[in-house]
Design a protein around this ligand. Sequence first.
Ligand code: SF4
Ligand code: SF4
Length: 192
Amino acid sequence: MFGYEFYVDPSRCIGCQSCVSACAECGTHRGVSMIHLDFIDRPNTIATAPMVCMHCEDPTCAQVCPADAIKKGEDGIVRTALKPRCIGCSNCVLACPFGVPNVFAEMELMMKCDMCYDRTSIGKRPMCATVCPSQALMYVPAEQAAQKRRERASNEFHFGGQVVRTKVHYMLPASEPVMSVDVADAIWEGEE
Ligand code: SF4
Ligand code: SF4
């Protein structure tokens, strides 16, 4: 919107949690953060990566919602669930390939990152990108991202045979045009 795109660069994350705190300040879900800060390989490293909704072109969360509660706008932003429709079934939680949605049982409602729609729809930056000190979360024009970063911005992800394209871009090494995720390998935590 307004010529700006959202970029996530996990290699720059310093784990300061500023994004988590800023997200929780948002007036639309005050006190609850919609951004996840993931530990990459906790037994071996303190490396962290921020995870926001990737705003998929063909969102799986919306496809599996039996109540038709998740809508994508013409701007490409996949909104958080509509409160009058959501039944809190958690289908979206299970289906999202990026592990983004959260169901709040007491409210019977799924809430997720909506790219600070109340801000970005009027030309402001999302809360998290405003405070990130290392610019692991960036909301800038595409030309600026290309000029300032060595990495390649990608919005194509392969989960086995499933190809997912997203509005949000992920910064990858220039040699890797797309990110391929071996889901079975990623969840294996036992001995080799
Ligand atoms: S604010 Fe930026 S650096 Fe800090 S934890 Fe969030 S993404 Fe990482
Ligand atoms: S990342 Fe998950 S929650 Fe966000 S649009 Fe895609 S499927 Fe839906």
